[in-house]
Design a protein around this ligand. Structure first.
Ligand code: NAD
Ligand code: WQD
Length: 340
């Protein structure tokens, strides 16, 4: 297939582009490098031994995007591009609603003006809000999020579902990711956050290489066995493979409309489990202090993965040890990420 990947230079996008290339697909990337470096694509090309056409375009530049899609005959789009920092979205809601919604609407209009009608969207477990029972099932309603970032995911899922309902030629995959971590086993590509990491595992790995003094554990008084929050951590390579499985399923299923799949492992680990796994993988002790809870954090988040297993024939296979070993290889070989 010929696939257009928006946000393909980013963390999950770059791993998915590599997986697509390795499976024989042709790939073009659109990215404005708001949160990524073109170096990620250069490294993907080296790993795959194949070329990727990189379009440095903001998705909101609708004319350029329309021209790009018009005669290209893409079989599908994977739409990763967007802003993703929860805290920043609370501080700058108009930036988040503006960027994520305008980018998506511009992309959908450009697709509508072309022959491409299949799209896989990066949604998030955040759409289950703070009331849904665990494990989360895709049929759960109502979808609600507790911050503007999450609301953009709920809204874009709605837009895509309405679009699919309006015209059965559209095929839409809504992939609800849990907590993507780790890196490609080569150590050549990985997550490269700008500034202070918002997420747990890049923070841990930056402590390990001395970029941060210590990890703050956000609360140890949760109702869990060790008192720290539980999440469904999924290896980014498993996640990448889930996108290919979703594309294959959409290609084989005319009239599918819009369909959501959870991409997680179906199990959860605590903050302290993750720290211990990282310490075993790296041999580096992680200094930590316990701080207060972070506002908005859930006690437990994990997926029911039976729908993805049954319909996509996909299942995550890599465990926490491998996630941390691959994270450590990336971080120790690239302590300052793509910035050298
Ligand atoms: P990322 O920031 O590494 O990648 C996003 C990419 O999109 C970046 O390369 C950025 O430069 C690009 N981009 C942003 N706005 C753009 C625009 N207007 N035009 C063109 N390019 C633009 O993030 P990621 O972790 O790879 O996440 C990818 C997607 O998955 C996002 O939509 C994110 O919300 C979603 N998601 C991520 C997680 C996670 O924990 N990483 C969890 C659930 C969902
Ligand atoms: C994991 C656990 C923290 C940092 C967020 C978004 C979600 C998503 C993925 C985004 C929690 C604890 C963390 C630290 C800590 N999608 N923690 N110290 O909150 O599950 O999900 O990222 O695109 O929408 O909300 O992930 O990695 O921030 O936290 O103790 O310095 O680690 O409390 O239990 P989270 P996270």
């Amino acid at each position: 297939m010929k696939i257009l990947v928006t946000g393909g230079a980013g963390y999950i996008g770059s791993h998915t582009v590599l997986t697509l290339l390795e499976q024989g697909h042709d790939v073009e990337v659109v990215d404005n490098h708001d949160n990524s470096s073109p170096e990620a694509i250069r490294r993907v090309e080296r790993l795959a031994g194949r070329q990727v056409t990189l379009h440095e375009v903001d998705l909101r530049e609708e004319e350029r995007l329309t021209a790009l899609l018009a005669d290209s005959g893409f079989d599908a789009v994977i739409h990763f591009a967007g802003l993703k920092a929860v805290g920043e979205s609370v501080a700058k809601p108009t930036l988040y609603y503006g960027t994520n919604l305008e980018s998506t609407l511009s992309l959908l209009r450009a697709m509508a003006a072309s022959t491409t009608r299949t799209i896989v969207f990066s949604s998030s477990a955040t759409v289950y809000g703070d009331q849904a029972p665990v494990p989360n099932v895709e049929s759960y309603e109502p979808l609600v999020a507790t911050n503007p970032y999450g609301q953009t995911k709920v809204m874009i899922e709605r837009i895509l579902s309405d679009l699919a309902a309006s015209d059965e030629s559209w095929r839409v995959g809504l992939l609800r990711y849990y907590n993507p971590v780790g890196a490609h086993p080569s150590g050549q590509i990985g997550e490269d956050p700008e500034g202070i990491p918002n997420n747990l595992t890049p923070f841990i790995s930056q402590v390990a290489v001395g970029l941060r003094e210590h990890l703050t554990v956000f609360g140890d008084d949760y109702d869990t066995p060790d008192g720290t929050g539980h999440r469904d951590y999924i290896h980014v390579m498993d996640l990448a493979e889930g996108h290919v499985a979703a594309l294959d399923h959409l290609a084989a299923t005319p009239g599918i409309g819009a369909r959501a799949w959870n991409l997680g492992t179906g199990t959860s680990s605590s903050v302290l489990d993750v720290v211990a796994a990282f310490e075993r993988a790296s041999g580096v002790e992680i200094k930590r202090v316990v701080g207060p809870r972070r506002g908005g954090d859930l006690t437990y988040s994990y997926a029911d993965v039976s729908r993805a297993e049954e319909e996509l024939g996909w299942k995550a296979t890599r465990g926490l040890e491998q996630m941390m070993a691959d994270l450590w290889r990336w971080q120790s070989e690239n302590p300052r990420g793509y910035r050298g």
